[in-house]
Unconditional design. Structure first.
Length: 193
């Protein structure tokens, strides 16, 4: 499945949000801890990057967001590698037998979702791809809330989230550090490219 082209207006929006993103002071330590964990996984992200062409930073960010940084879950959705995925997308990877190697499953996820065919990996388009990976529910149904998948822990997000697929809460607060925050922190401190 190919990733649709990003419009100039959307690219400008993501770039503006990235440029103005500030990590909330109470989330700095957590963002630093997660960024350190991402850097520690760089060799594994590089291995997936070599197979798919997806930059290690994108692989690492998706790994954090979908699996909480654990190498025991499918990059598709965090389901255990001991079986094919059960949640959306179910039945992945199609090839091979469980238990799956994390790198093989990650390559499948990136190919299945169109990341492997994408070539523009600027911060704005990386954020676009990350939001697309998580889903457009915020933009489509709750445009007053910027996706916590990207912005939780920053000045761009306070509350409101899907507490499970299709179930919205206006008062729930995402506990996860957003991918945009992590990308911002990595840009400030280290190069995961």
């Amino acid at each position: 499945m190919a990733i649709p082209a990003i419009s100039d207006a959307l690219r400008a929006e993501y770039q503006r949000l990235f440029d103005t993103c500030q990590i909330r002071p109470e989330r700095h330590a957590e963002a630093d801890l997660v960024a350190t964990r991402l850097l520690a996984g760089k060799a594994r992200y590089d291995a997936v990057s070599a197979v798919t062409g997806v930059p290690a930073v994108a692989v690492g960010l998706l790994h954090q967001m979908e699996c909480g940084g654990s190498f025991k879950g499918h990059l598709h959705n965090g389901d255990p590698l001991t079986a094919r995925t059960v949640r959306v997308p179910a039945g992945r990877p199609k090839a091979g037998q469980p238990p799956f190697a994390w790198e093989d499953s990650a390559a499948d996820a990136l190919t299945f979702d169109g990341f492997a065919a994408w070539r523009d990996w600027s911060p704005a388009t990386l954020l676009y791809c990350m939001e697309r990976y998580n889903g457009w529910g915020y933009r489509a149904h709750h445009p007053e809330v910027l996706s916590p998948y990207l912005w939780s822990g920053s000045n761009h997000y306070r509350c409101g989230k899907y507490v499970q697929d299709g179930l919205w809460s206006a008062t729930a607060v995402s506990k996860q550090i957003g991918a945009g925050i992590l990308l911002r922190r990595l840009a400030e401190t280290a190069d995961l490219a």
